[in-house]
Design a binder for this molecule. Structure first.
Ligand SMILES: NC(=O)c1ccc[n+]([C@@H]2O[C@H](COP(=O)([O-])OP(=O)(O)OC[C@H]3O[C@@H](n4cnc5c(N)ncnc54)[C@H](OP(=O)(O)O)[C@@H]3O)[C@@H](O)[C@H]2O)c1
Length: 312
């Protein structure tokens, strides 16, 4: 099978042996695979793949049809449409996935949308609901809200009944983000819409912790993305006065059991909303596998609305 490989901090398309489904696993024929900033970090050598996953094949989320079912797997059969958040290996024509990570793809959902669902919506559900504990009526600020994770965060905050303020620096994307259920502001207008119960940090940068001052008493800042800079001074007095919680999170470093629990939460609580059309996966661009270099270039470029997807 063909698949992308990381070599000398760059990507190359090559031929890999066809995978075989071991115990508890299935082989998925990949129909679509999302691209994520972590793929670029992995290529730069700053974010290695978690144990048990291909160390040199990027791709953290896939959708496709089950091709082989390994020993001990129940409830899945060849031909089933599935999607999954994986630890790597997704940018290839086939991948081995533990069955406990599989999510069903709703009938009629196009592959490109299914492929962009697992990473963004797992991150968003985990951060907003399971960790920050947002509730109906909360005011939520989401920074960097036009990207893959931001568009998922905005929708999940809105369906949770929160008043959602999305911070988007490009005015040309404001209407599209607003259509997902948010009030949209530019970064310099964030303060006018506070105070907030929850602030989701998807950008980072040296000033990002100043947003603690925009919290309501006992509010939460949850740090999910720091591509704009991973070092910021903390005014501890603001944190104390607000009696605030400051949370940092990643999914990559979690144990297989923790990832299976998160997948179960997605199956129960989020996939049904996708199936009913209450959530959608905005897709910025799609590329065939042999245009992988263009896909990674689009991922790295500014001005996206939603996800970049490879269609092997
Ligand atoms: N912790 C986790 O488990 C986890 C999981 C998934 C992703 N992440 C991280 O979350 C972040 C967002 O991921 P994504 O997939 O949504 O990325 P994305 O699709 O590239 O979106 C990033 C968004 O942030 C905006 N942005 C970047 N720099 C900005 C700045 N200085 N000021 C204002 N807006 C800025 C971008 O706007 P422009 O288009 O204008 O540049 C874009 O809309 C990334 O850092 C990613 O690594 C973390």
């Amino acid at each position: 099978m063909r698949g992308v490989v990381i070599e000398s901090q760059d990507f190359r398309l090559t031929t890999h042996p066809d995978p075989v489904a071991g115990p508890g696993c299935v082989v998925v024929q990949v129909r679509g695979a999302g691209l994520n900033a972590a793929d670029l970090q992995q290529a730069r050598g700053t974010y290695p793949a978690p144990p048990g996953w291909p160390a040199d094949v990027p791709g953290l989320e896939i959708a496709g049809e089950i091709d082989q079912v390994g020993p001990g797997v129940r409830g899945f059969a060849p031909g089933d449409r599935v999607m999954a958040l994986v630890g790597g290996g997704g940018h290839a024509e086939r991948i081995v996935v533990p069955a406990e990570l599989l999510l069903p793809v709703p009938e009629d959902l196009p592959w490109e949308q299914a492929a962009g669902f697992p990473e963004a919506f797992s991150t968003a559900w985990d951060a907003l609901v399971l960790q920050a504990g947002i509730r109906a009526g909360d005011r939520v600020l989401i920074t960097g809200a036009a990207g893959g994770v931001g568009t998922a965060m905005v929708q999940l905050a809105a369906v949770s009944g929160a008043h959602t303020v999305a911070s988007v620096r490009r005015p040309e994307l404001h209407d599209r983000v607003a259509a997902l259920g948010a009030q949209v502001v530019t970064p310099d207008q964030e303060e006018t819409q506070g105070p907030y119960d929850v602030i989701v940090e998807l950008v980072g940068g040296p000033d990002c912790l100043h947003r603690i001052a925009l919290l309501r008493s006992r509010g939460t800042v949850i740090i999910v993305g720091v591509q704009g800079g991973d070092t910021a001074p903390l005014r501890m007095f603001d944190l104390m006065v607000k009696r605030a919680r400051l949370i940092g999170t990643t999914i990559r470093g979690r144990s297989p059991a923790e990832k299976a629990v998160l997948a179960a939460a997605l199956r129960t609580s989020v996939v049904p909303l996708l199936a009913r059309g209450r959530l959608r996966v905005p897709v910025d661009a799609t590329f065939p596998l042999d245009r992988f270099a263009d896909a990674y270039a689009r991922l790295a470029a500014p001005g996206k609305f939603g996800k970049v997807i490879l269609l092997p």
